[in-house]
Design a protein around this ligand. Structure first.
Ligand SMILES: [Zn+2]
Length: 182
């Protein structure tokens, strides 16, 4: 999934589920901080890729990481790749959670963005090696091409639901009605 779509889908997901996760209406400052944490969390896993939204800004981290996981090589004829290594693993997620332990809202928002990123990548054919260094890949049976039409459709739909929810429409109730479950 592309960086911008990771951000849009993670923020949309957060808008939809935040009331259920935190059980209270956040103060404006708390809401702003948690939103920033969701955005950071949604970009963090791709810090291993020098051309990603975050990786471009912190090349001193992304370039060494890409060499370390073998995505780049010193050999001039080799091509760059992106293998989704340790930064897409459950260990990196646990480290983020642990770093902000005690800062409940920030830790939860950051972890939410991180998990949303992993889910987004698991929806693409390359999947995610959640238990890196083991090669076992988590991949949805229904997946879409990174940056393809379905990815944009998925992101736009989620953003639309989030905007409706933000405007006070009970999205889950509406979905139940439309699907005939309500
Ligand atoms: Zn990724």
């Amino acid at each position: 999934m592309l960086g911008r779509n990771h951000v849009i889908s993670s923020v949309s997901g957060w808008v939809l589920v935040q009331p259920y996760l935190t059980n209270h209406q956040p103060e404006p400052m708390e809401a702003a901080i948690s939103l920033a944490a969701v955005i950071l969390g949604s970009l963090l896993p791709d810090i291993d890729h020098p051309d990603s939204l975050l990786g471009r800004r912190v090349k001193f981290i992304s370039v060494p990481l890409s060499y370390l996981q073998g995505d780049r090589s010193l050999l001039p004829w080799s091509e760059d790749s992106h293998s989704r290594g340790i930064t897409h693993s459950i260990w990196a997620l646990m480290a983020c959670w642990w770093l902000f332990a005690g800062q409940d809202t920030v830790a939860m928002a950051l972890a939410f963005g991180f998990v949303a990123h992993l889910v987004g990548d698991a929806l693409t054919p390359a999947g995610v090696r959640l238990f890196w260094p083991f090669n076992f890949k988590i991949r949805s049976p229904l997946c879409f091409r990174t940056g393809g039409f379905i990815e944009y459709l998925f992101t736009t739909s989620l953003a639309t639901f989030a905007a409706m929810h933000w405007l006070g429409v009970d999205v889950f109730e509406q979905l139940k009605t439309v699907s005939g479950l309500g």
